[in-house]
Ligand binder design. Structure first.
Ligand code: ZN
Length: 501
């Protein structure tokens, strides 16, 4: 797809994380406005409308997905989002105003953060240090609690300097994206750095207690063990005591913890019958994968090896298999095919199998030059797990490697319809069309991809190219409509945001 990729402006990871955190947790804090950030005009004071909140959330995610700490992995995204949506389904009516989307960032600190638009970011450290699924779910439920109580939407428009800075800088980021210029995004990074210096972030005590209360009820109604919340919070309090003075970034620094909060939760647990929750298999495989993903530096690699060894010795059957899978995944990312294969065989011992194991095996066989057997395995895995995105993506890779491009087109189209919020399928569809020499369709598919990741000007550009290449009258008029609609959306997004300059 040479020439069709958009130039990517990487933002320093720390700056972006600070920006996201500052946007998420600005409630109640007041500090000086950094230079160069526009002040907010008449739009301040009111709560964000759901449509503006959605637009802002998309803008932040457009930046965030390009950050090197963002974990772009189908197993991780599908598992975490399913967990978030299971919890949100147990929320009191009317529930969140936007669907919940949960993603992971590579960061060993134990933390999570809520963004506008129903997005929740989870640090890999949180998943890795959870001892069971209920512990992980308790923090996600707490974040959904902030969303349901509209703490984010209110925080972003409150009559304080922080509220002004946040909304103006997000608006600036989106305007930059709408202008199609990656460089302008640096204004946001600068904000992140400025904010990181003197931020005193954190929700108010009252906001924390509300989020706990709402989160606790969701956790229980969704069938998780509410003890997970008490366990996680005491673990977090211990961690924050150990790290005292180490600076921000931890859960305790952004969601002030207190003995009071912990005892409130313990009191609620005493009032209800004990719950036993059976953890999903995917929890164990995703946790192992995230441990491998966050252990890139040598120090962490040693502790990773030790951890997996211990899980293999002491863990349940699925935890043992997941530990082998984690080692296979780590070896695969190091291109050590032989070690990856033998660890993967161990993960499958005693008849254990999972979609995560199968899709990794497909990718590994492709890398080892065994595309035909990879294709066979992918077909079997897809027949067994037709709801798994990782398996579907591995299937497409195998189709492309074995020249099944014609067959791939309807398969990918169906997957794009099945998972409309997963832009990767549109990108792969473009690749299939490209392989088949269908240039107009390739550009249209790639335009869909850019619409989904929020890069509207690039989408318009590709559709315009497709329009000039097409010789078919019907396609031309379809493209005309599409281009007009996108230009209209660009215009209205811009107008919405101009109000905050
Ligand atoms: Zn909180």
């Amino acid at each position: 797809m040479a020439g069709m990729r958009r130039r990517i402006a990487w933002m320093p990871a720390a700056a972006l994380r600070a920006t996201l955190a500052a946007m998420a947790f600005g409630l109640g804090a007041a500090h000086a406005q950094p230079m160069g950030i526009p002040s907010m005009g008449a739009a301040s004071g009111a709560e964000l409308s759901p449509s503006l909140e959605h637009t802002l959330g998309e803008a932040i995610m457009e930046q965030g997905r390009r950050d090197p700490t963002y974990i772009n992995d189908p197993d991780v995204n599908q598992y975490l989002t399913a967990l978030g949506r299971k919890l949100a389904a147990a929320a009191p009516a009317p529930g969140p105003s936007q669907p919940i989307t949960v993603f992971a960032v590579r960061d060993p600190q134990i933390n999570a953060f809520a963004l506008p638009g129903g997005y929740i970011g989870v640090n890999s450290g949180l998943v890795v240090s959870s001892k069971d699924e209920s512990e992980l779910a308790s923090v996600v439920a707490h974040e959904i609690g902030h969303i349901l109580q509209r703490h984010i939407a209110r925080g972003m428009t409150q009559q304080s300097q922080t509220g002004h800075i946040m909304i103006a800088s997000v608006a600036a980021a989106l305007l930059a994206a709408l202008a199609g210029s990656g460089d302008l995004a640096m204004g946001v990074a600068a904000f992140g750095q400025a904010a990181a210096v003197d931020r005193q972030l954190g929700f108010s005590r009252q906001a924390e207690q509300e989020a706990d209360r709402v989160g606790f009820d969701m956790l229980r109604k969704a069938g998780f063990d509410p003890n997970g919340m008490a366990e996680m919070f005491s673990q977090l309090m211990n961690a924050s005591r150990l790290n005292e003075g180490a600076g921000g970034g931890s859960f305790a620094s952004t969601h002030p913890l207190s003995i009071q909060r912990l005892s409130d939760i313990q009191n609620r647990i005493r009032e209800i019958p004990a719950v036993h929750h059976h953890d999903s298999d995917s929890y164990w495989y995703v946790r192992a994968k995230l441990r491998a993903l966050q252990s890139r530096d040598p120090g962490l690699q040693r502790s990773m090896a030790g951890f997996f060894k211990q899980e293999i010795r002491d863990g349940s059957a699925v935890a043992r298999s997941a530990a082998w899978y984690g080692q296979a995944y780590a070896a695969w990312t190091e291109k050590d095919w032989a070690t990856a294969q033998s660890a993967l065989n161990n993960a499958r011992k005693d008849g254990v199998n999972s979609p995560e194991i199968s899709s990794l095996d497909v990718l590994l066989q492709i890398d080892r030059g065994q595309a035909d057997s990879a294709y066979d395995e992918a077909r079997k895995a897809w027949a067994r797990w037709p709801g798994n995105q990782g398996v579907a993506l591995a299937m497409v890779e195998a189709m492309h490697k074995t020249g099944h491009d014609k067959e791939a087109v309807p398969f990918i189209k169906a997957r794009a319809a099945q998972w409309p919020d997963q832009p990767r399928f549109n990108q792969l569809l473009a690749q299939s069309y490209e392989n088949l020499g269908q240039q107009v369709e390739a550009r249209r598919a790639m335009a869909d991809y850019y619409v989904k990741v929020g890069a509207l000007p690039t989408a318009v550009e590709l559709l315009t190219q497709a329009r000039s290449m097409s010789k078919d009258f019907y396609t031309q008029s379809e493209l005309d409509v599409q281009i007009r609609t996108l230009k209209q959306k660009l215009k209205s997004d811009r107008e919405l945001l101009e109000r905050f300059k």
